[in-house]
Ligand binder design. Sequence first.
Ligand code: ADP
Ligand code: MG
Length: 260
Amino acid sequence: MSATATDAPAVRFAAACKSFGDTRVLDRFDLDIPRGEKTVIIGPSGSGKSTLLRILMTLEGIESGRVEICGETLTDRFDGVERAPRGRGRLRKIRGHVGMVFQQFNLFPHMSALENVACGPRLSLRRSRVEAEAEAEALLRRVGLGDKLGSYPLQLSGGQQQRVAIARAMALRPEVMLFDEVTSALDPELIGEVLAVMRELASETSLTMLVVTHQMGVARALADRVCFLENGRLVEQGPPEQVLDAPENPRTREFLHALN
Ligand code: ADP
Ligand code: MG
């Protein structure tokens, strides 16, 4: 039975195990994220950060343990291919809680910024074109792109494209937003504009944010809590000033030291 009480955490991993072949990516992984918390995940390449987010996005399944989003259990693999209608409905419901932004912006190249943001609500939420485009325009203004509604992705800078991608994910009104190294592919001078948008979203207290980054400036700017992940295990977690400035675990210290 899945608890749908509003006091269920936004995200819960309980003894979750995930392997690719012989590679154990998550090893009895536990993590609870209360609603509204901004959590930043750091850790070496290959430590399982993207896999965590992909599981929450129902793009990957787990082998054992439990994963919940807003009280809904993702018990199994959700390839979304051949599911009973009831299964598909549940999958859609779970996906509706979650939005994700990737390192590569993944915008539709043949659609304008406005169409990129409006298409999700039109298809998934059955909004009319007028309604979806009005909301898309408001979101694009919010991310500072009110003057780029008609621009196509190739006409936009990387930072602008990433802001469109954030607006597009927000258009589906998720409760949980996942960010996978969204500033990593950007030229340094473009990071600030994307980070500013993420900070603005973070001021929305009801939005749960789970942010993977290897840029400690991004971590500091956003995190209520920083989690250091290594080999699919949560090695250390705490407020940013503790984990980033006074890490207790030698592995965390080594990782942070190598970044400098
Ligand atoms: P991170 O995002 O922390 O760099 P990932 O979650 O992408 O790490 O990957 C964790 C481990 O799982 C790595 O060893 C990676 O090679 C492996 N892995 C990830 N995705 C796949 C896949 N689809 N098939 C096989 N191995 C994978
Ligand atoms: Mg990754």
